[in-house]
Write a protein that binds this ligand. Structure first.
Ligand code: NAP
Length: 305
C-alpha cells in the first residue's frame, strides 16, 4: 500500500511524481517500458523552457527521472492489466500477477501511434514499416523512404529522416498540412523532401520487405506507384487506456475526461498528459497537468486522512 500510484512515467507522470515526492508523499510510478514516454521518440526538444540550446528527448527524460528519484520516488516496471476499486482503495493489477494498492491513483499512461489500417501494414512491421523515425531512421542510409501524415510529428520525422535517406516522400491525405508553420517552412525548403498532397496510401507491397506503395489521389482516384525501402507512419496517437476496466469516463476516442483539477469521474483518481482529452498535446502541457493532478491529489489525501 502506497500513498499515491502513478501509471505512466512520461512527462505528466514524472512531473506529478516530482511534486508529490518533494512533499514527502510516498509515490510509486508504474512504467511499462522506459521512463520518458513519447519524449524518448523526440530527438531534440527546442520549445521546452529553460534550455536555450534545446535538449535531447533522452536527456530531458533522464533529468526528470533523476529529479523524481532524488526526492525518494520509486519506479516499478510493469504493464498494467486492470484497475479496480475496493471502497476508497484503488487496486492496480499488473500483468503477471503483481498487485499495488493506494488511496490515490494518477493515470498518466500517455498515447501510442495509430495504425494506418491498409493492406500490407501488419505484414511489414519491422520489415520496412516503422512508427518511430528516431528509433529506425538509421536503417535507411541512402534509401528512399516515405512518411505518412500531415501533423507536427510527420513533418518533424520527414526532416529528421533526410539525415539518412536519399529521398523522403511526405504523403498527406489533404491538400494542406496541419503541422506548425516553422515545420511547413522547413519541409518546403528541404530538397530531399518530396511532398505528395491529397493522396492516400492504398496498399504497401513487397516480397520479404517493403518495396513499393500504391497511392490514390483523393480527388480523381488516379493511382501511382512509389518505390520505397521504408514507410514511417505518423498519423497521430491513440490513448493507452486498455486497463480502465470501464471505470473511468472517456470520450468516444478513448481519451479520459477530466475537469480543471485533473479529476476523473471517480473520487481519488486523477489523469493527466496525453491520455486525457484536451486541446494541446505538448511536453509543457503534460508537465503542467501532472503538477495540477499532484496538487489536488495531495488535497484529496488530506481530506480522507
Ligand atoms: P496529429 O496532429 O493528430 O496529426 C495526425 C496527422 O495524420 C494529420 O495530418 C491527419 O490528417 C493524419 N491522419 C490521421 N489519420 C489518418 C489516416 N487514417 N490516414 C492518413 N492520414 C491520417 O498527430 P501528431 O502529429 O502525432 O501530433 C500529436 C500531438 O503532438 C499534436 O497536438 C502535435 O501538435 C503535438 N506534437 C508537437 C510537436 C512540436 O511542437 N514540435 C511535435 C510532435 C507532436 P488530417 O490533417 O487530414 O486530419
Amino acid at each position: 500500500m502506497s500513498k499515491v500510484i502513478i501509471i505512466g512515467g512520461g512527462p505528466a507522470g514524472l512531473a506529478a511524481g516530482i511534486f508529490l515526492s518533494r512533499d514527502k508523499i510516498q509515490t510509486i510510478i508504474i512504467e511499462k517500458f522506459a521512463t520518458g514516454g513519447n519524449m524518448l521518440l523526440t530527438e531534440y526538444i527546442e520549445n521546452y523552457p529553460g534550455f536555450p540550446e534545446g535538449i535531447s528527448g533522452y536527456e530531458l527524460s533522464e533529468n526528470m527521472k533523476k529529479q523524481f528519484l532524488k526526492f525518494g520516488g520509486e519506479i516499478k516496471n510493469g504493464d498494467v492489466e486492470k484497475i479496480e476499486l475496493n471502497g476508497t482503495k484503488k487496486i492496480v493489477k499488473i500483468k503477471g500477477g503483481e498487485i499495488f494498492e493506494s488511496n490515490v491513483l494518477i493515470i498518466a499512461s500517455g498515447s501510442s501511434r495509430k495504425k494506418l489500417g491498409v493492406k500490407g501494414e501488419d505484414e511489414f512491421i519491422g520489415k520496412g514499416i516503422s512508427y518511430c523515425a528516431i528509433c529506425d531512421g538509421a536503417f535507411f542510409i541512402n534509401k528512399d523512404v516515405a512518411v505518412v501524415g500531415g501533423g507536427d510529428s510527420a513533418l518533424e520525422e520527414a526532416i529528421y529522416l533526410t539525415r539518412f535517406a536519399k529521398l523522403v516522400y511526405l504523403i498527406h491525405r489533404r491538400n494542406s498540412f496541419r503541422a506548425k508553420k516553422y515545420l511547413r517552412d522547413e519541409v518546403s525548403k528541404n530538397d530531399k523532401i518530396k511532398i505528395f498532397l491529397s493522396k492516400r496510401v492504398k496498399e504497401i507491397i513487397g516480397e520479404k520487405k517493403v518495396e513499393k506503395l500504391i497511392l490514390e489521389d483523393i480527388e480523381d482516384s488516379k493511382q501511382i506507384e512509389l518505390k520505397v525501402d521504408g514507410v514511417f507512419i505518423s498519423i497521430g496517437q491513440k490513448p493507452n487506456t486498455d486497463f480502465l476496466n470501464g471505470l473511468i469516463q472517456t470520450d468516444k476516442n478513448g481519451f479520459i475526461i477530466v475537469n480543471e483539477k485533473m479529476e476523473t469521474n471517480i473520487s481519488g483518481i486523477f489523469a493527466c498528459g496525453d491520455v486525457i482529452k484536451k486541446p494541446l498535446y505538448q511536453i509543457i502541457t503534460a508537465c503542467s497537468e501532472g503538477m495540477i493532478a499532484a496538487s489536488f491529489a495531495e488535497k484529496y489525501l488530506d481530506s480522507i486522512s
